[in-house]
Design a protein around this ligand. Structure first.
Ligand code: HAM
Length: 419
């Protein structure tokens, strides 16, 4: 047998309703905040991610699914959603429309990572992006949407950490301070950190290697290097969050794994997501479009990993609506009744009732057993007499009580009881 590729997962019918619940909650929350769905391609020109995600990131350096198509062009399966939305925003001239632009997406994304619990090679994200506003209200709105989404899923033990990584100017001063601090320890640090030292020393701060953590704990903090504008922006974001009752802690080790961020960065974490504690991450990225060779437009956004969210929901015992069951099973006792059941089923389905009939030529007893397995609320029994009289014997499975209902009144009967 050919097996599923490593790091990917089948989502079976018994699990799909959980996904649909999360997706529905995402759509509904986005709607309340005025974010509209945007769909972009699953693959893009590789160049987009080199410029958009950044060539010092693990994603670009180690994790991209890149291949040459039959026309010899290098394309990449999207490792995240932001770069594609940024491209679509520019290419379709969305800046000329009503601003701010507020878009959300539900996508699968691909990263060639070492799979473990909560870390896959194909995973799913709910993301939101807001373009056109440089003000702190936009940061707070993005964080508020993220918070509302997680709360709507019933998650209580997810906590928010925020930080500011400043603008190009103040970050350059900070990066120099970091290099001065790390230089004497560099020989003892991991290969990745040594590579990051010149290009992006900020990423040395969130290194997970035990040997490096020894030095990162006492490293200078970006917060102490923020310029006046960045400091005031960060203060405003914090004030707005407090104002709307969103709890957070400031964590100076949050720098995020992608190159495009500036000023506010944030993560929602939960210990229930295993070693991969971050369920949702995002931040402001005012220079991304410029990095892609376009006119600069300020932006802020986030993405949540749906697999990790489902893990946390299960661990927290979050209440999830039950999967809807069949309203009715139409049980035909003989050949003629089975035909009648088939045509009745069509009528019921047209009225919006979910019903099932026998497709396996089962005995009456086996059909009852199957209807029970389906969780059907009613079983409408049709035999020779019922066909002659034009009625069905409708049994409510939970109470075992039954009533005789005319065929032409069956839809109405079931619809009334569905409410
Ligand atoms: P990210 O932190 O790379 O940010 O990913 C966001 C979320 O996707 C993570 O917090 C995690 O829950 C989930 N995730 C990432 N990689 C995996 C994986 N291999 N397996 C399972 N889940 C994963 C971004 O993607 C940015 N585009 C977010 C953003 C939008 N920033 C601004 N706008």
């Amino acid at each position: 047998m050919i097996n599923i590729p490593k790091g990917t997962k089948d989502i079976l019918p018994s699990q799909v309703y959980l996904w649909q619940h999360v997706e529905k909650t995402a759509r509904e929350t986005a709607r309340r905040y005025g974010f509209r769905e945007i769909r972009t391609p699953t693959f893009e020109h590789t160049e987009l991610f080199l410029r958009g995600v950044g060539d010092t990131t693990d994603i670009v350096n180690k994790e991209m699914y890149t291949f040459l198509d039959k026309g010899g062009r290098s394309v990449t399966l999207r490792p995240e959603g932001t770069a594609g939305v940024a491209r679509a925003f520019c290419e379709n001239g969305l800046a000329g429309g009503a601003m701010p632009f507020k878009g959300y997406y539900l996508i699968s994304a691909f990263r060639y990572e070492r799979p473990q619990a909560g870390r896959l090679r194909e995973f799913h994200q709910f993301g939101a992006e807001l373009y056109g506003s440089a003000g702190a209200f936009a940061d707070a709105e993005a964080i508020s949407l993220a918070d509302a989404f997680l709360k709507s899923l019933g998650l209580c033990e997810v906590s928010l950490q925020i930080n500011s990584i400043g603008c190009k100017q103040c970050r350059a001063v900070y990066q120099q301070a970091l290099r001065d601090y790390f230089r004497p320890h560099l020989a003892q640090m991991c290969e990745d950190c040594r590579a990051r030292f010149e290009k992006n020393p900020l990423r040395m701060i969130d290194c997970k290697e035990e040997g490096c953590k020894r030095y990162t704990a006492a490293a200078p903090r970006m917060i102490d290097y923020l310029c006046e504008d960045c400091r005031s922006h960060f203060e405003q974001v914090k004030e707005l969050l407090k104002e709307s009752g969103i709890h957070f802690t400031v964590d100076s080790s949050i720098v995020r794994g992608l190159d495009y961020y500036s000023r506010t960065v944030f993560e929602f974490t939960s210990s229930a997501a295993g070693a991969q504690g971050t369920v949702l991450g995002g931040g402001r990225y005012d220079t991304l479009l410029e990095q892609m060779g376009e006119k600069a437009v300020p932006a802020v956004g986030f993405a949540a990993g749906l697999e990790r969210l489902l893990m946390v929901m299960a661990a927290e015992g979050a209440s999830i609506p039950e999967e809807p069951k069949a309203d009715c099973y139409l049980l035909g006792m003989d050949e003629l009744s089975r035909k009648k059941a088939f045509s009745l089923a069509e009528t019921l389905r047209k009225s919006g009732i979910s019903c099932e009939i026998d497709l396996m030529e089962r005995s009456v007893k086996a059909q009852f057993k199957y209807a029970d397995k389906l969780g059907a609320r009613y079983v409408a029994v049709i035999g020779e007499t019922e066909c002659r009289e034009g009625v069905a014997e409708v049994k409510e499975m939970a109470t075992s009580s039954s009533e005789r209902v005319k065929f032409e009144e069956l839809a109405q009967y079931l619809l009334q009881r569905k409410k």
